[in-house]
Write a protein that binds this ligand. Structure first.
Ligand code: DGT
Ligand code: CA
Ligand code: ZN
Length: 652
């Protein structure tokens, strides 16, 4: 049974954050109507009443006209589907900020029943039944009842629905807490832009783990430069942002809020996912959670001359900060979020008062220079050697997205992609790439009993098509080529899918494990042996998503990655080309960035692969670049940064 802690925000009627009417937005009114309909369902209320609120929510949400104007002119009752009662309620809420007698409806519903609504696959009707028959009032109680096998005994439930509920609780628990980098950054960029354009905010910048490009994000940290006299007004303006679901705190210099998905302006598009990833994350249930999710965010307001220090401090990491602070102490300086302060000047003074004596810093560079360090890119601030390298002036010149000239592992309609060769090639040319590696799944691959991979015959035909296209581009003087590879399954014994003679006809082979259950059931020794056997196959060029992890869903299988990378290093030293992939899908980011450094030191070239399943998916390389940067890699360490011609001659 589930050991996860689950805590979902209960519902509350919005409180007006404005001094004057209209007190709420159309979206807020629609949300309340929808919530009321659900609360009424939890009470088993009159179906006509429920329907009235449901319809009302839908109509208001899709209304073109200004709701406040309609309400003031009294025309709101003329809107088809909006009854007198609901119209009056809307007018009251917009005009006066209050919600009539709805508060009691919210109050009388146990918070735990509302929390249970967040579990995928269980609705108000069943929650009411669980409440009435077993007295279940919270997710914790529901989880326990499943563990006691009590749910499967209920009328209308069974083993299957009990398991589905458990899976749903699991999914919800995993989903909470941290969000993947791609999602965290969507919220971060939207919120940062809104804060930055508030009057009185001189500039605002994202800090924290999102700025350091960690693979998952706990909460967002924004630092804003605001003159002390403006702090109150800026605080008010932040709190008036309509996409704030909840205000957790608003102090003198800090605002803590929960952001709603509506801040993203448009629906979150998960794109075409790898079939395996899609299944692993929980399919449509997950998509639903993802696009309705929230994230915590903090804004810290500081006077402009302190901004750089606060930005550096809240960028972290904590470990990097501690190392920096120690360096400062060695120089008789005190480093904190307010300044870099000579000890002898401040004595007992603290905080802003002490900071008046700080050395000046117009930007982060100045802070690092005061300590005789080169500026450290945020991605490197993990206390993994960057402070020493900054002192020795040996920090790497990190790869940038524009350094990439192509990638090696992408899918088309031949396996589970949705775009043709021509479409994928056009998208790659749009990115100014010189080459695009096609690597569709091999024949073995099944997902849910359906063959996803390409038969050998079809694969060879794809090769013909690629040759024709390449000739056309060459004749037209276009510096672009498709590389004909395949993503060959690594079988449990380490051998590769397809016959040798088929693989020998390809420009490159991405060897990947997909039969995760088998590998996860085995120990590290067996898995390491099998992976080494796979990379030793003369046709193997790239080790694809080396551990099979899916972020926030499952760990990879046990494997001694150091041993695998060492062996790959030996093979490269012998003149073979064996590269390890950073799979850039934000669900994977595998090879983990923590191993990049080691791979490079072994002489193993790394490649960043979007593993794209549609044309938009090619843009995922950006996340791979972020991980390569976190892993200290420079263009010369990455196969992607060679020219198309160089790659052609390396692969042949
Ligand atoms: P997250 O939110 O869990 O993804 O990770 P961060 O790195 O954003 O951590 P968070 O939000 O707790 O704090 C933001 C930064 O503030 C953190 O990276 C470093 C700094 N910080 C927080 N607490 C401490 C502390 O106790 N000591 C020091 N030196 N720095 C801290
Ligand atoms: Ca954070
Ligand atoms: Zn793939």
């Amino acid at each position: 049974m589930s050991e996860y802690m689950v805590s979902v925000k209960a519902w509350a009627l919005p409180k007006s954050r404005r001094d004057e009417a209209p007190h709420y937005s159309k979206a807020q009114v629609a949300t309340v109507l929808e919530q009321v309909a659900t609360l009424l369902k939890l009470k088993d209320a009159n179906p006509f009443r429920i329907r009235a609120y449901e319809n009302g929510a839908r109509i208001i949400a899709s209304l073109d006209d200004d709701l406040w104007e309609l309400s003031q002119s009294g025309k709101i009752t003329e809107v088809k589907g909006i009854g007198k009662g609901i119209a009056a309620m809307i007018s009251e809420s917009l005009g006066e900020g209050s919600w009539g007698d709805l508060q009691s409806l919210y109050d009388e519903t146990p918070a735990g029943m509302i929390e249970m609504l967040a579990i995928p696959g269980i609705g108000p009707k069943r929650i009411k039944q669980l409440h009435d028959e077993l007295g279940i009032d919270s997710i914790a109680e529901l989880s326990a009842a499943c563990g006691d096998d009590a749910i499967s005994q209920l009328d209308g439930f069974g083993e299957k629905s009990q398991q589905k509920i458990l899976d749903g609780i699991d999914l919800l628990a995993r989903f909470q807490g941290r969000r993947r980098l791609n999602v965290g950054l969507l919220y971060a960029e939207a919120f940062e832009a809104m804060v930055a354009k508030i009057d009185g905010v001189e500039h605002a910048q994202l800090a924290g783990s999102a700025r350091r490009r960690r693979e998952t994000i706990g909460d967002l940290d924004i630092v804003a430069a605001v003159k002390p006299d403006d702090v109150e007004a800026v605080t008010e303006a932040i709190l008036a942002i309509p996409d704030i679901a909840e205000v957790k705190g608003a102090g003198e210099s800090k605002v803590s809020v929960v952001l709603e998905a509506s801040i993203l302006q448009h629906d979150m598009n998960l794109g075409t996912l790898d079939g395996g990833v899609y299944q692993a994350i929980g399919g449509d249930d997950y998509s639903g959670l993802e696009s309705s999710g929230t994230i915590d965010a903090q804004v810290r307001m500081v006077p402009p001359h302190v901004f750089a220090f606060t930005l550096a401090y809240f960028t972290g990491s904590k470990e990097h900060n501690i190392h920096m602070r120690q360096l400062a102490i060695d120089k008789g300086l005190r480093l904190n979020e307010f300044g870099l302060i000579p000890d002898e000047k401040v004595g007992e003074l603290k905080g802003f008062e002490a900071a008046e004596f700080s050395l000046p810093a117009a930007n982060e560079e100045d802070i690092y220079h005061h300590l005789e360090l080169d500026w450290v890119p945020p991605e490197l601030r993990e206390d993994m050697g960057e402070v020493d390298a900054a002192k020795a002036k040996t920090l790497p010149k990190l790869v940038m997205p524009t350094d990439l000239k192509g990638s090696f592992h992408n899918h088309t309609i031949l396996s589970d992609g949705v775009a043709t060769l021509e479409q994928m090639a056009a998208a790659a040319m749009d990115m100014d790439w010189q080459f695009l590696g096609i690597a569709d799944h091999s024949q073995m691959l099944n997902i849910g009993g359906r063959q996803i991979g390409a038969d050998a015959e079809d694969l060879l035909e794809q090769g013909e098509n690629i040759r024709t296209l390449n000739e056309m581009w060459a004749d037209g003087g276009k510096n672009f080529r498709l590389l004909h590879g395949a993503e060959c399954d690594i079988l449990p014994d380490g051998s590769l899918d397809y016959d040798d003679e088929i693989r020998q006809q390809l420009s490159h082979v991405v060897a990947s494990v997909h039969q995760l259950p088998t590998w996860r059931a085995r120990d590290e020794v067996e898995n390491t042996e099998a992976l080494i056997k796979a990379i030793e196959d003369p046709t193997c060029t790239i080790l694809g998503h080396p551990t099979g992890r899916i972020l926030q869903v499952r760990e990879g299988y046990d494997v001694d990655m150091h041993a695998v990378l060492r062996r790959m290093g030996e093979l490269n030293a012998e003149g073979e080309l064996k590269s390890v992939e950073i799979n850039a899908s934000p669900y994977r980011l595998d090879l983990d960035w923590r191993f990049c450094h080691f791979a490079r030191d072994q002489g193993v070239p790394v490649c960043i692969n979007p593993d794209a399943h549609d044309t938009a998916g090619l843009r995922d390389v950006w996340f791979g670049v972020q991980m390569a940067r976190k892993g200290w890699l420079e263009p010369k360490d990455l196969l992607n940064c060679y020219t198309g011609e160089e790659i052609e001659s390396m692969l042949r």
